[in-house]
Unconditional design. Structure first.
Length: 292
């Protein structure tokens, strides 16, 4: 082998080593940042789990982040202290109602804003997107008065109807629908498909990861919603899981161990849902990236 070839090979080996050294350094720096941040994120959950397993009246004793006692009877007591079975059923009904209505209305709106061609479409879409800048607290009083006039207090429609439309979900679906090849749409039209058939037989199957992502977002929102159910559903038979946890907060005493046990039980379903749909969730976010 000539000296020139040896020199080129040596330079190439040096560049490869430098590349891997830089990559290793970058990964180590990322770990040094992400590990503390990850611990800060998971720390409240560790505290909640540890508190739920402590003996009643001993919240401040022992470790705050890692369980040293395992009193699982707190979960039984928490479940029996209030009709949590009913709260779970109410929450599931409300969550499914919100998810279903938002997917139905959001898919049709996203189809119109992405596939259909009509005058003023983009202007109308931008005007609709500006509603995301209006906080819910700004419209809560008008909504409350409407529910009162309809005599909907302590009903499922009071919990579902005001939450049936979501601008952010429409935005995600629209961005995904734009990526559908136009040839598929034209072929479906040539075959005689209506807009309804194109939406549900062509567009939705091609954008299923984004649809699942929007569904998870909406389910998490409905599951964790507190303020609106607290205002319109105070009857015990109509409470959802988040307002049901108030059973452990009295006027003079708060049962923290039971409250934390109930909170752990309410946290498990969303976590399981995310873990089961994690790949689809990430894929849906990547597919719905902003596209002009």
């Amino acid at each position: 082998m000539s000296d020139f070839a040896k020199t080129k090979l040596s330079d190439s080996s040096l560049k490869i080593r430098q590349f891997f050294n830089r990559k290793l350094t970058t990964n180590l720096m990322m770990l040094l940042v992400l590990i503390p941040v990850g611990f800060l994120i998971i720390m409240p959950f560790l505290w909640m789990l540890t508190a739920s397993l402590k003996v009643r009246g001993h919240m401040a004793e022992g470790s705050l982040l890692f369980p040293t006692t395992f009193d699982f009877s707190n979960y039984v007591t928490a479940w029996e202290a209030a009709p949590f079975g009913r709260y779970f059923i109410n929450t599931i009904i409300v969550a499914l109602g919100i998810v279903g209505s938002r997917l139905l209305i959001g898919s049709m709106a996203a189809y119109a804003f992405s596939i259909l061609k009509f005058k003023g479409r983009d202007v109308l879409f931008m005007a609709y997107m500006t509603t995301m800048m209006i906080p819910f607290y700004a419209i809560v009083i008008p909504l409350y008065l409407i529910i009162r006039d309809f005599s909907w207090f302590n009903t499922y429609q009071a919990l579902i109807v005001p939450r049936m439309v979501d601008a952010f979900g429409i935005l995600l679906l629209r961005q995904a629908f734009i990526s559908v090849p136009k040839d598929y749409i034209d072929a479906a039209r040539i075959d005689g498909c209506s807009h309804w058939q194109i939406l549900w037989k062509q567009v939705i199957p091609l954008c299923l990861p984004t649809v699942l992502t929007v569904s998870i977002f909406n389910f998490m929102f409905a599951w964790n919603d507190f303020m609106w159910p607290f205002l319109v559903a105070n009857d015990t038979s109509m409470r959802v899981i988040q307002t049901g946890l108030q059973a452990f907060s009295g006027r003079y005493l708060t049962e923290w161990t039971y409250w934390m046990a109930g909170t752990v039980m309410t946290t498990i379903p969303p976590i399981l849902l995310f873990l089961l749909a994690q790949k689809k969730f990430i894929s849906g976010l990547s597919r719905s990236g902003m596209k002009a």
